[in-house]
Design a protein around this ligand. Structure first.
Ligand code: G3I
Length: 311
């Protein structure tokens, strides 16, 4: 593989989503992760459905293990995610409004305080918008109203004032109604003094849908609101099986994602949603697509990796 690790060719944080089980079980997975990256994002271990599937019964084992690993290897942690309609326990969704509000505040306070000083950035709110830019109609919105967004940022900030607090979403790489909606919301929240410090751009791309239009311009306009941006979940899926031409197209997509971030001063992080095709959410959710990561199933760098990092 390349002689200079990815994390050493940029001043941005370079991260990957990780799973505690693979960290525990696979020495080759640990070796590549630790060599190439200096940030980790728990893929599922910090979600509400993981940490408190049953009311009052907390399971921090996976999250703790990842944070411990990161600290031991001088990596930062991106916390993912405090408020999301998915992987939300049924018991939470069933609560009446006043109780939901208290429980939500408790959840955020408990989790953020537990990792205070150990999590550099939090995805506080995940996937708030529909594709047309309207607000997604979740239980949080139905029961608490749109104002819950400002509240959860304030609660998270109170629990760890040093962490950078993000709103995170997909299909907001380019300029479109959804990224316009994120832009407008961040502008409003900043004007109201809400402690939002960043926009997470997931960047789940497919070579079948084209590269997002005005990607770099979109990142830049977000930073003009006074916040950081981060690429938080990058992957580029291809119709399987991969061949040389598809891998080359994938390489150009990853390269453009990477370069756009490098070109924007406040794009502070480039994190991929897993680093090896051995473990990826893509084939399970998009049958017939896969091979979305920078390293293959044997942890060898793919053309996309070598395009970003020829050193
Ligand atoms: O933990 C259970 C396990 O006990 C059970 O045996 C197994 C059987 O299916 O399921 C396991 O839970 C799965 C979990 O991943 C851990 O592997 C869930 O079913 C599965 O739905 C869950 O999928 C995750 C998905 O979020 C949930 O929506 C993916 O791993 C994860 O990569 C994906 O990540 C999301 C980001 O959080 C937000 N942005 C999009 C991204 C991709 O969908």
């Amino acid at each position: 593989s390349a002689s200079v690790p990815l994390k050493d060719i940029t001043h941005r944080y370079v991260g990957s989503a990780v799973a505690a089980a693979y960290l525990a079980d696979e020495a080759d997975y640990r070796a590549v992760l630790t060599r190439e990256f200096d940030n980790v994002t728990p893929e599922n271990e910090m979600k509400w459905g993981t940490v408190e599937a049953v009311r009052g019964q907390y399971d921090w084992s996976g999250a703790d293990a990842i944070v411990r690993y990161a600290q031991a290897h001088h990596m930062t942690v991106r916390g993912h995610t405090l408020v999301w309609h998915s992987q939300l326990p049924d018991w939470v969704a069933a609560l009446p409004a006043d109780e939901l509000r208290r429980v939500l505040r408790d959840h955020i306070t408990t989790e953020v305080k537990r990792y205070k000083g150990k999590v550099r950035a939090w995805d506080v709110v995940n996937e708030l918008f529909n594709e047309d830019g309207t607000r997604r109609d979740t239980v949080f919105r139905q029961k608490l109203g749109d104002g819950f967004v400002a509240d959860v940022f304030r609660w998270a900030h109170a629990a760890d004032p040093a962490a950078t607090l993000y709103i995170n979403d997909y299909n907001i790489e380019g300029r479109n109604p959804k990224s316009d909606a994120v832009y407008d919301l961040v502008k409003t929240l900043r004007r109201q003094g809400v402690p939002i410090g960043g926009v997470g751009v997931q960047a789940h791309l497919s070579i079948q849908y084209g590269f997002p239009a005005e990607y770099r311009e979109n990142l830049a306009r977000l930073t003009k609101l006074g916040v950081d941006v981060a690429i938080t979940e990058a992957d580029v899926r291809i119709p399987t099986p991969p061949d040389a031409a598809k891998l080359d197209t994938q390489a150009s997509y990853f390269d453009r994602l990477w370069d756009g971030c490098q070109a924007v001063r406040r794009c502070v992080e480039f994190t991929t949603w897993g680093f090896t095709d051995r473990h990826s959410w893509v084939p399970g959710v998009f049958p017939g697509e896969g091979a979305a990561c920078l390293f293959d199933e044997n942890l060898q760098p793919k053309p996309a990796y070598l395009r970003i990092n020829p050193w």
